[in-house]
Design a protein around this ligand. Structure first.
Ligand code: GLA
Length: 731
């Protein structure tokens, strides 16, 4: 059983195959956190809390006789502001005109089979044949007020995943304002860990950074209204000596795409508290009498098997239990996107010229990017006017799509529905639909404004527009973009509403639209995008099985971007394309072969004018497409291994995929530097079957030899050379 409540000790023990998580209701009804780590038995781990009379640590009112009892150092499950705990807390709420002060105690719990859902929010789910998933709901209540907190836990026993969320209910007669409402808090009694997080910027997302957690508060987050290029809402806490293959690692991933905050506080006794949830920077939620607020889900994963073990657990769990789209199990189309090939300068003839080449080299789909709608010949106008510019195209959208379909290709299209250009029919008709502060010139980003998705009318308009676009032609794929920060947050829709709610209501509106598309067009393949990989998070993955990973298409910089992304997300979610050289972002020239190998790390495609390829490049593209299609299942469903990290190794990056049955595998190497009189490079495969014999380019090698003796790599013959081999088991 995944969840065990022991009446005698009043402990809740959550078991997965590789981890154990425990809480205890203490004598005063406070819910303590007693253990999270390697799988162990259901003993009462509260003995680990060593009590003492610590100076300047106050007692709760009903514990006053015991000076060793203090919230200021007790590990708690959902610490609140107002109990004398001066560390970061999970919940801060107050009645009008009062200072925030709560004191939550246990009132009951329920254990049930299956996984809880969060209305209106993305969350992990159990498939009909998952028998190992249970939910625990613990109810806490303030000692004085009718304010209830439901802590939700989803335990995926076989996947080694525990999810958490919180629902706050006001059953009293007066309104409360929530000033901070985190999805979860985790207390570690021994805080000597490293924090790994993924920072970045536009065109250089998810860069790996590892440092020892220091005293005080370390924080990563986004106040930008989207999860952001700058910090990803996925972090790892690990043993100081944890490596790819060894050591305890905790993954913490927020299933949310808006502003967020993850904080880690190492306290006076070297205990560590980590909180994760919606950013409280501009957040004030008005919790009326009878109202409730749901904090989004956090996914927790403990791996005793190092960083590779952690990544693989999360990747499998997301592929199976987070991504809703049926595309998670389907072969993704290999496509060509016209953006870097034509930018805004195209018409139907040009697109058909690209489509003919695409069909010739074996591609599956043409994606028409920005510039097909309204008056959109540059990024200064047209957003919001989602009707096709027939004058520019020279035909209707349906005519274009039919002709592309006639060449044997599917058709995909770009949209950016959350935005509006001031120079658009939509803005002229509804200026009040944009988020702007009254009386103040709005901040602009890429010359566009953000639509107010907290406004029901705007949500209805976007849904209707998208549905009629999808009905107008045979569209198999949508690239959903979002190209600026959300600021100047003021909604004109309901002046009585707390403006501190708008950011979150925006996300609820966005999720509602994406959810309605999933329902009305379940087979539509949605690809996410936000100026590249600015919204690469578990929340979007729920709706979008793949996400354009970066606007940086340089194969060499992509090595780092892909590697950073691989820590917390499945590689099939990483959309990656071969683009032209010199590269449009950094001017680098990389062999066509290497560009292909790098892009095959994720969901593969091309982003250039195919009609400009040389015969040699075309032949190479055909070869790449064949390799990708032949090994699609391996790349999309196989286990991914980081063999040489581009963050640590100057000379090359290497990775491999191994199929679930270990029958096929691939190894890819990209050389990032080269030397005279160079030392030989040997690389060890991982994850193969020791006793199997594999065919390696005609040679017979045992799994043991490939993993322990390793493989000697060819030396690079030119700048940014690369090497890829696919092997299969022969006995
Ligand atoms: C963003 C995307 C690009 C492209 C352009 C179009 O920058 O990340 O891939 O779609 O918008 O304007």
């Amino acid at each position: 059983m995944a969840i065990l409540f022991q009446e005698k000790d009043r402990t809740f023990t959550l078991q997965t195959e590789k981890s154990t998580y425990q809480m205890k209701v203490d004598r005063l009804g406070v819910l303590l956190h007693t253990y999270f780590g390697a799988a162990t038995d259901a003993s009462d781990y509260s003995y680990r809390i060593v009590k003492g009379d610590h100076g300047y640590c106050s007692q709760l009112g009903d514990a006053v006789e015991d000076r060793t009892y203090s919230m200021d150092y007790y590990p708690q499950e959902y610490p609140v502001y107002g109990t004398g705990d001066f560390r970061i807390t999970a919940l801060r709420a107050a009645k009008a005109g009062c200072v925030p002060s709560l004191d939550l105690r246990y009132v009951g719990h329920e254990i049930r089979d299956g996984k809880y859902a969060l209305p209106g929010l993305p969350a992990m789910f159990a498939n009909p044949d998952d028998r190992d998933v249970q939910t625990l709901e613990i109810t806490l209540k303030d000692v004085r007020e009718e304010l209830y907190v439901k802590l939700l836990y989803g335990v995926f026993e076989k996947r080694n995943i525990i999810t958490r969320a919180a629902v706050i209910e006001n059953r009293g007669s007066a309104a409360f304002a929530l000033h901070r409402c985190m999805s979860m808090s985790l207390d570690f009694l021994e805080g000597g860990m490293d924090l790994i997080h993924f920072y970045g910027k536009h065109a250089m997302e998810r860069q790996f950074e590892r440092e020892a957690v220091r005293h005080g508060i370390t924080e990563i987050g986004s106040q930008r209204g989207y999860s952001s290029h700058h910090h990803n809402p996925f972090v790892i806490l690990c043993d100081r000596d944890a490596s790819e293959d060894f050591g305890g690692c905790y993954g913490i991933s927020l299933v949310y795409s808006g502003s967020y905050r993850i904080q880690a506080e190492l306290d006076q006794f070297d205990s560590l508290r980590v909180t994760c949830g919606i950013s409280d920077e501009e957040f004030v939620w008005n919790l009326e009498k009878g109202g409730s607020f749901t904090a989004p889900e956090t996914v927790l994963c403990y791996s005793p098997d190092g960083l590779t073990g952690l990544s693989q657990c999360i990747q499998r769990a997301y592929l199976r239990n987070l991504i809703r789209s049926p595309w998670k199990d389907r072969k993704r189309p290999v496509l060509v996107n016209n953006w870097e090939g034509t930018y805004f300068d195209f018409n139907a003839d040009k697109l058909l010229q690209i489509a003919e080449q695409a069909a010739d080299i074996g591609l599956d789909m043409l994606v028409l990017d920005d510039g097909w709608f309204g008056r959109r010949d540059s990024d200064k106008s047209g957003l919001g006017d989602w009707y096709v510019n027939e004058k520019k195209l020279g035909c209707t959208l349906k005519e274009l799509v039919d002709r592309i379909n006639g060449l044997g290709l599917q058709f995909g299209i770009w949209v950016e529905p959350e935005m509006v250009s001031e120079d658009s029919d939509l803005y002229r008709a509804h200026p009040e639909w944009a988020l702007t502060i009254p009386g103040r010139a709005p901040n602009r980003g890429r010359d566009q404004l953000v639509l107010d998705l907290s406004n029901r009318e705007v949500v209805a308009y976007i849904k209707e527009t998208l549905h009629s676009l999808l009905d107008s032609a045979n569209i198999a794929y949508i690239k959903w973009d979002m190209n600026r920060t959300v600021d100047n947050v003021y909604s004109a829709a309901d002046p009585k509403m707390s403006q501190g709610e708008i950011r979150h209501r925006f996300l609820l509106g966005l999720y509602e639209i994406l959810g309605s598309l999933r329902e009305s067009h379940p087979d539509l393949l949605l690809e996410g995008c936000a100026g590249g990989g600015g919204r690469f998070d578990a929340g979007m993955l729920y709706y979008e099985p793949q996400i354009w990973c970066s606007d940086n298409t340089d194969a060499i910089e992509r090595l780092r971007i892909h590697c950073g992304t691989s820590f917390g997300y499945p590689m099939s979610a990483v959309s990656a394309h071969v683009s032209a050289c010199p590269n449009h972002q950094n001017g680098r020239v990389v062999p066509f072969k290497t560009r292909g190998i790098c892009a095959m790390q994720g969901s593969f495609g091309y982003e250039l004018d195919l009609s400009r390829l040389s015969e040699e490049e075309k032949a190479e593209a055909k070869r790449q497409i064949r390799i990708y299609k032949d090994h699609c299942e391996l790349f999309q469903q196989g286990d991914y291994y980081r063999l040489a990290s581009p963050f640590e190794n100057r000379d090359y990056a290497a990775w491999s995929y191994v199929s679930q049955d270990r029958g096929t595998a691939s190894l890819s190497v990209v050389y990032t530097d080269q030397h005279a009189n160079a030392k030989p490079i040997r690389i060890r495969w991982k994850g193969l079957a020791e006793d199997a014999v594999y065919d390696v380019d005609g040679a017979r090698c045992t799994g043991a030899a490939l993993m322990h003796g390793g493989m000697v790599l060819p030396m690079p013959a030119c700048n940014y050379d690369s090497f890829m081999v696919c092997i299969h088991r022969i006995s």
